[in-house]
Write a protein that binds this ligand. Structure first.
Ligand SMILES: C[S@@+](CC[C@H](N)C(=O)[O-])C[C@H]1O[C@@H](n2cnc3c(N)ncnc32)[C@H](O)[C@@H]1O
Length: 238
């Protein structure tokens, strides 16, 4: 049940074992996200596009639930060894889709990896039909997980945290601030989506928080540290 301690703990445990058992971790996450979407719109028969979907775990789950699911991913090294049907190599800034083509435009943990999140969001809105849903979630910079593999040492500065990670692990860090990871905030993102004339904000919540997930993102200051991962459900209104 979402929200519940049990759900959060199950997701957290699977995430901690992600390297050892990625199929379980991503399968669980995909089912959880699909359940979140289905609170607002049933997936069966819908056109659902997943932007920056990596290896395609969400798209597989959407298809399993009867959706016409398509994965748009620019980095071929992120794709599964044999990418599933409906996989398109494409950048989220410029999707090869007609305006209003999708019933649901979905993006999980991509916004913090793009230099221009507003343009990325605008493209998601463009390809969603009026009345359709936009699901977008991201880990904000001041979240305890904001520094990704070098978290929580990013609180002491990105460069220092990255260097520490590389020294300790003996391998190159995947992320570099300003290149493929960007310092995005909860407050500025909420102000931006509230100020847009083309979407209604249906829900803003912590994606994983087990209690009152909609309360935390409402508290300025605290929300930057305690939200962990902001989930926005938007409805295209024009
Ligand atoms: C942390 S992974 C998230 C993968 C998947 N969505 C998930 O939640 O498990 C970030 C993904 O964003 C993709 N990405 C980065 N820049 C992008 C862009 N401009 N357009 C679309 N995807 C992008 C990356 O290639 C990568 O697959």
């Amino acid at each position: 049940m979402d929200p519940s301690f049990r759900r959060s703990l199950t997701l957290f445990r699977a995430f901690m074992r992600e390297q050892a058992d990625p199929a379980r971790a991503y399968g669980l996450l995909a089912r959880d996200a699909a359940d979140q979407v289905e609170r607002y719109m049933k997936l069966d028969g819908r056109v659902v596009v997943d932007i920056g979907g990596g290896s395609g775990h969400f798209t597989r789950e959407f298809r399993r639930r009867g959706a016409h699911g398509y994965l748009f991913e620019p980095d071929v090294t992120e794709l599964a060894a044999s990418p599933g049907e409906g996989t398109v190599v494409a950048d989220g800034y410029l999707l090869p889709l007609a305006e209003g083509a999708a019933d649901v435009c979905f993006s999980s943990n991509v916004l913090e990896h793009v230099a221009d999140p507003r343009t990325f969001l605008s493209e998601m809105v463009r390809v969603t039909r009026p009345g359709g849903l936009i699901y977008v979630s991201f880990t904000n910079w001041l979240s305890p997980w904001g520094g990704h593999e070098w978290a929580p040492w990013h609180y002491l500065g990105a460069e220092r945290a990255r260097a520490r990670f590389e020294r300790r692990s003996g391998r190159a860090a995947k992320h570099r601030l300003g290149e493929n990871l960007f310092a995005i905030g909860v407050g500025p993102t909420l102000r931006h989506v509230r100020g847009r004339g083309d979407v209604d904000l249906v829900c803003a919540r912590s994606r994983y928080w087990p209690v009152l997930p909609e309360l935390v993102p409402r508290v300025p200051g605290l929300r930057e540290f305690a939200t962990w991962n902001l989930l926005l459900i938007l409805r295209r209104c024009s």
